[in-house]
Design a protein around this ligand. Structure first.
Ligand code: ZN
Length: 326
C-alpha cells in the first residue's frame, strides 16, 4: 500500500473510505458461507430449562420427557427461537471463530463508525433441534448499504445471514442487520436551550396522560365501567372490553421494579449512562421512566422513588423518578 497524496492536496477522504468499505464488503460477500466454531455444548435440557424459565414459556414439549414422547415430536425438542443461544460465544468471546462480517466491522470501527444498533432480525426455522445435536453456525455476508443519514448519525447498514446446521442439515437461519454509525457530535451552544431529543408520541389514547404531566399529575387510565387501571393507555379495557375510558390520579410514589443502565449506543443530547426503570406504583400498575438524581450504581430493585416533573425544553415536560425516603 502506498500513499500518493501531495502535501496540501487532500484526498477526498469520504470517497476513499466509502470505496474501501464497498470493496471489502464485495470481497466478503464473494466468500459466501463461512462455517464458524461448533456449539460449545450439544442441545441440552438444562439450557432449555433456563431459557424457557427466563422467557416464561411453559410448553411441556420442551422439558417434560413423557409429554414430549407422546407429542408429534416423539421426544424433547428445543424451542426454535433458541437457535442462536447454542452458539453464542458468551461474554468472554470464546473460540467463536471468524465470520465474514468481522473484517468489515473492524474497518467501520477504525473509521469512526463506532456506534452499533441492531435494526432487523428475521429468523426462519426449518425444523426443531433435538437433544444431543451439536449445531454449527455458518455466516454469509449479504449486504452493505450506505452511507445513510439517520437520527443517530451517518452510518452503514450491514446485513448478514447465519444458518445453523446439524451435520449438513439446516435447522434454522437468521437474517441480521445492524447500523454502524458515527455518533453525532454534540453541539456546543451553551446559551441555547437544546431541544430534548426523545419525545413522546402523543395521540388520542395518550393525550390525557401528557396533559396531566403538564398539570403536575400522574394520570393513569381507568376503565369507565369495571374501574380497572391500565398503563400504557389503550383504547379498550383488557378485562371487560369496554371502550369507556376515564383516569385516576396516582399518588406519584413508586418503587423500582426493574431497571437497565444505558451506556450505548450514545443518544445525541443525552448524557450516558442513564437509568431506565420499570416503576411499580402502589396503585397496582407499572410505568417506565428514568431514575434521576441518583448515580446508576446506587439504583436498586425495590428502591423507593417519587415522581417529579422536569421541563426538558421550552415545550416538553417529562415525569422523572427521584429517590425518596421509604
Ligand atoms: Zn373494564
Amino acid at each position: 500500500m502506498s500513499t500518493t497524496a501531495e502535501p496540501g492536496v487532500a484526498e477526498p477522504a469520504a470517497t476513499g473510505v466509502h470505496e474501501r468499505f464497498t470493496a471489502l464488503a464485495e470481497r466478503q460477500i464473494e466468500l459466501g458461507e463461512v462455517r464458524g466454531a461448533a456449539a460449545a455444548d450439544p442441545v441440552n435440557l438444562p439450557m432449555i430449562r433456563h431459557w424457557t424459565a427466563a422467557m416464561g414459556d411453559a410448553n411441556p414439549v420442551y422439558t417434560d420427557a413423557a409429554f414430549a414422547g407422546a407429542s408429534v415430536h416423539g421426544e424433547i425438542v428445543a424451542p426454535p427461537a433458541m437457535a442462536q443461544v447454542w452458539t453464542m460465544p458468551g461474554l468472554g468471546g470464546g473460540k467463536g471463530g471468524t465470520s465474514p462480517v468481522d473484517e468489515l466491522m473492524v474497518a467501520l470501527d477504525e473509521d469512526g463508525f463506532t456506534g452499533v444498533v441492531a435494526t432487523n432480525c428475521e429468523q426462519t426455522y426449518h425444523r426443531y433441534a433435538r437433544l444431543g445435536e451439536r449445531l454449527v453456525p455458518a455466516t454469509r455476508m449479504t449486504g452493505l448499504a450506505g452511507p445513510k443519514t439517520t437520527a443517530l448519525g451517518v452510518g452503514y447498514f450491514v446485513t448478514w445471514l447465519v444458518t445453523w446446521y446439524s451435520e449438513d442439515e439446516p435447522v434454522a437461519e437468521m437474517m441480521f442487520r445492524v447500523l454502524k454509525f458515527r455518533p453525532r457530535e454534540e453541539k456546543a451552544a451553551p446559551e441555547e436551550r437544546t431541544r430534548y431529543p426523545l419525545r413522546p408520541a402523543v395521540n388520542r389514547d395518550t393525550a390525557f396522560f401528557w396533559e396531566g404531566v403538564q398539570e403536575g399529575e400522574l394520570r393513569i387510565q381507568k376503565c369507565g365501567d369495571c374501574g380497572e387501571l391500565r398503563h400504557p393507555p389503550g383504547p379498550v379495557c383488557p378485562s371487560c372490553r369496554s371502550a369507556n375510558r376515564v383516569y385516576a390520579v396516582a399518588s406519584g410514589l413508586g418503587e423500582v421494579y426493574s431497571f437497565v443502565v444505558h451506556h450505548n449506543p450514545p443518544v445525541p443530547g443525552i448524557e450516558t449512562p442513564f437509568v431506565v426503570a420499570v416503576i411499580a406504583l402502589p396503585e397496582g400498575i407499572r410505568v417506565v421512566g428514568n431514575v434521576v438524581e441518583c448515580s446508576p450504581e446506587k439504583v436498586g430493585i425495590g428502591m423507593p422513588v417519587r415522581v417529579e416533573y422536569r421541563e426538558m425544553d421550552d415545550e416538553l415536560t417529562l415525569p422523572m423518578w427521584v429517590p425518596r425516603e421509604s
